[in-house]
Design a protein around this ligand. Sequence first.
Ligand code: ZN
Length: 496
Amino acid sequence: MKITERKRHSPWIDVTFTTIVIILTLVAGFLTFLSIKSNAVIETNVNSSPSIIPTKVETIESNYPGIKIVTETSNDSYTPFAIQYPQSIHSTFNEKITFYVNNAKQNYLNTMQNNMLLGLKSAGELNISFETFPHYSGNYSFVMVVANNYGSVRGMTEIRSFHLNPISGEAIEIQDIFYHDQKRLELVSESVRSLLFNDPALKNVLFLEEANINTEPVWENFNNFAITNDEIIFYFPELKLAPQSAGMPITAVPLREIDKVLANSYRDLEIMNSPISNKTDSEPIEDNKITETPPPKNDTTESVENSVESTKNEMKQVALTFDDGPDPMVTTQILETLKKYEAKATFFMLGSRVEYYPEIAKKVKDDGHELGNHTWNHSDLTKASNEKVQSEINRTSSIIEDVTGVKATAFRPPYGAVNKTVRSQTVLPVYLWDVDTLDWKHRNANQLLASVQNKTKNGSIILMHDIHQSTADGLDAVLSYLQSEGFEFVSVSDLN
Ligand code: ZN
């Protein structure tokens, strides 16, 4: 009876039961899959589902024209993160950055998900930050730093560089800086090795063989870099060249040290076109560089004329002049300091930089300073044809007027190099200087004041450059000193 009954009912019960179990398993599996997946694609569904990690996304303007900063943060107790990255108006660049960031974030979330399944309870941490290095060519180097730890397991720090000209959308590669020339890279490799091997922080811990392999002159070894007006910085992978405790191996090669191998657009602006350094290649550039030193005697008359002390005016006057800008960071900071002392100055701008930073040029004008012409590309005009001189000066005057709405009212030739022929090519008054701060050379904020003290007298024209951070940093002390000495700050054209 029992058996009969079982025989009668069991096929039904078995089939139904098995089907239910299979369906439930599938549903459970599918739900698990969904929940893992939703964590992984949190990026695209930030607010659409309550089950995923809440992420706060914010976009703000950066200090660099054309660059926005996106911040994504999560306060999730198990998988917190803080992520910052740059974005521009160029989609190719934006996609490259977001792809990199999303990948890093997904790796972190997946690893933490696995940890949770393994019963590991400690919270993780992900930090993605970046630093921006502007170069006068218009290129920005963005150095992204990804640092994470997976609860009890310390993760690696990774550095990746990205490059963008925010106007053209172009992204330079390491090959562009060295003319795609293997021979040039060999010299760079030598410089990097010598810096690495002599780095006190890496002394005794450097893995010699590994360090040699990772600095061999192949382009891939030098892919992670940032270029500034003064140096090129190379980043090497953590743990590859030295133990993790030594941190990330970084070398900064001064551009003047590798000037010979640099493509023209990336050479130090002050060395570039320097009439002397081109002549004698065998000697160190530093020793025979005479950029912007006072010109030959017959050319100084003008600045002397401008320096003649006024007998009528009791107030002592001084003209502060800033060459080679505008620069988004340095010029902006200098404007703030000038405002603090209600000082008026003259900015001798390069047309090529006004083209890159029109907003900064406009700010200079809006603050009431005098706009000066310093040629388009910082050429030595005494070595140029009349046509070239004309175009260097006229192009610059045009863009200054286009961008700011006012005309440049003063001219300063690069390197102070001027002769009758050059003068005959422009109606603008030519201004040189009598106090050279040599700020391009010492790059030392504390030394700026020392170079102004003693040398400045009534009617002096002081030469500085608004492309060096040290000049912006040292300016406050200079203004404070000159003000206490009874000087009034005027533009070169307003000197009595
Ligand atoms: Zn200059």
